[in-house]
Write a protein that binds this ligand. Sequence first.
Ligand code: PLP
Length: 392
Amino acid sequence: MVTGVRTRAVHGGKEDLGGLGLHVPPIDLSTTYPVPDQAAGGAALADWADGLADAASPVYARLHNPTVARFERALADLEGVDSAVSFASGMAAMTAVLQAACLMRGRPHVVAVRPLYGGTDHLLATGLLGTETTYARAGDIASAIRPDTGLVVLETPANPNLDLTDIAAVVRAAGEVPVLVDNTFATPVLQNPAAHGAAYVLHSGTKYLGGHGDVLGGVVACAEPLAGPLRQLRILTGAVLHPLGGYLLHRGLATLPLRVEAATRTASELASRLAEHSAVESVRYPGLTGGPLLGTQLREPGAMLAFEPVGDPYAVVGKLGLITPAVSLGSVDTLIEHPGALTHRLVGESDREACGVSSSLLRVSAGLEDVDDLWDDLDQALRVAAADRPRG
Ligand SMILES: *Cc1c(COP(=O)(O)O)cnc(C)c1O
């Protein structure tokens, strides 16, 4: 009986390879599949249309792809649920859940806890899909729920300020309403929201799951009865993950535990040093600010941190030489960005400030470099920017 996360990350989704005489998963690029028995092909098509996880033939690449399905089985196993359904991107995955939980069930109301990834926040705030959103604090969810509420949306650790929220408490407050937890920051290595009652666990696979900054994808892990409608939507909206993306995400899972463990050690060290630095006002890192949920819900503090420099945050980024100034996260190299300018630009400034995302906040995704090289880069940039700041 295999239970270790490293073992499952390496072997998950590869159960059929031995029978195929293969060591590495094949990349199946077929767009169509011969069905000499057209009646049997039709039965398979009907199975996919019903949202089933398996059928006698893929029939057509928009209905099913074996390479992608291996990644999904591996990810579902790491999240401790029956099923996972992948999409072309994290936002496509988010869209599918809103369609399945809200629009298909005639419950267009969403309750969301800020801060959220800027794209999710903007999708919910604009109501572009036909949903309507009430933003609530984690403690006020029960009173925000209405008879037409279809989904509660939560991100913990939150993007970008690393707030932790008690998933089980939110699930209790939501009652019958399913809760979606965006687990992109924690990864299944550090947190399994389904174990705390979350109905949908969402990942932007673009980040840690792929892990090398070269694949865009999204995935939702959930119980099989919730997965069927997501597959039905995916077939008809066409927001499928490309097989090459499925292959890269599956390959990324094998090193996910080691990458997350190494980057977490680096982030912990950077957070402690930043907290002592005279040119830093404040540091947000679950290892420093996480409270009682750290070690229980969130097993380790993770590889994301945020801080407010004393100097101009744009100047700090401009002085960096090694750390990559870019959005996204979870790659092999360390990335830094200004959420107010970039990832959370489309969230109104007052809403941003109200949920603790100040205009001086910088977000860092720790990579796999040597921590002292990263520190030398940060330290010089902080000092120069603090010395240059206008006085008065
Ligand atoms: C990037 C991100 C998303 C969106 O994912 P894409 O793959 O870019 O569509 C959603 N949630 C979080 C927390 C993210 O970081």
